[in-house]
Design a protein around this ligand. Sequence first.
Ligand code: CA
Length: 233
Amino acid sequence: MNQRIILVEDEEHLSRGLQFNFEADGYDVTVFDAGEGALQHLESDDEPDADLIILDVMLPGISGFETLKRIRESGRDIPVLLLTARGAETDIIHGLDLGADDYLTKPFALPVLQARVRTLLRRASRGDDAGPQLENFEIGDVTVLADRFELVRDGTTYPLTAKELGLLLLLYERRGSAVSRGEILQEVWDLHPDTKTRVVDTFVLRLRKHIEPDPSRPRHIHSVRSYGYRLEV
Ligand code: CA
């Protein structure tokens, strides 16, 4: 079955062009010109959930931010790529804090968006875009299948986004040592180390739910006060 992309974009010439190109790449694309429509689609039991959402920030009606917030509040961890205005760094940070997995600033080149989409969806489409071989590793009772963008716990498989895996790989490479928030921001999100954002903490909370036997008393991903995080396997 084709992977499904939901595109929320009110600029019709742009959404038509993107739909045409992504369908040519073999994806099923559903387009909405407002966040409300996309949320209704996601909440409908008759419609299959999407594999990826491309979400414009500037929309009529509720904004892309509000749409993203409601998607995450509904418990959906579908990868979301935000389309933001150029130079609006505060928008980028706000979006990441709300749970976006990646962002692209407008105007963007189509091949860049296509590459970002492939990366976000890689766990399901590996093979046609294999990239470097990643090693699998264990954290407690959890096995991280890095090359598959998955982790396995008690026989259940959970998908990982590219950023979740990137964060885990960095902490694992430096296991036993504290890694600063600034370094994580730079390495995983390509942001300046001084960027004021809670995205690292948000992602650690997400990972703890999968990895920790008791997320409220972490045994593997430890907080290092005023500094960052330390992984103990
Ligand atoms: Ca727009």
